[in-house]
Design a protein around this ligand. Sequence first.
Ligand code: DGL
Length: 266
Amino acid sequence: MKQQPIGIFDSGVGGLTVAHAIKQILPGESLIYFGDTAHLPYGDKSAEAIRYYSQRITKFLLEHDSKVVLVACNSASASAFDYLKEEFSDKTILIDVIDPVVDFIATKNFRKIGIIGTKRTISSGTYERKIAEKAPHSSVVSMATPLLVPMIEEGFIFDDISNAILRSYLSNETLAGIEALILACTHYPIIKNQISKIFNFNIEVLDSSRVVAIILRDLLEKRNLLNDSGQVNDRFFISDYTPYFGKIAKMFFEGEINLQKADIWS
Ligand code: DGL
């Protein structure tokens, strides 16, 4: 069990931000990553469609012996996590990317928090509900920013186009007066510095990657599941070839990566 990989999935490159944080905190672990590039973006899909994709991908990760399945996608965490727990929690350990961020927020004293994410995540109201429960001292405003995922997947980052789109979104008066901004999409940490700069580095910009990696480490430690064999093998699967996936993955994982297409939909 200890040597089995950590399964991670997202619609595309977004979950790599979480995978990267895991690699930094748990370098001895093997990862198996699934990017569902054939169905990207998830944020525009119905909750039912995202549930179906998430169930099938979780099965794939379990067929590859994942000791943990990490839902490294906010849209899937908001729409499918409860269903995945019902179906798979007797077979594996499941982790989402929303609860760890909410637990972190609960330890802070932010008066007003902004949330940006996909249409699916924002319309689900999951963050608002959970923050109201665990951090009632914080008021929350949220806004869907649907152009950001295609923008990032197409490689428009740290350039004039992405700056114009971000400025237009982030100057919306809904976000006036926030002390912290939650990046409620795992793609967004790729442009975290660009976002912080637009706020003149005056607010805290929070994302799930590090808090999730820490929770995972604590969990594996507690259950005596840390890989101590010294053997690491990371594998990356995508459901369709996109030019940018390999490029971003190499950026995060330095050098050659083992990338394969897995046709799990036919
Ligand atoms: N990175 C994902 C999320 O956190 C999915 C984005 C998308 O495919 O729309 O929501």
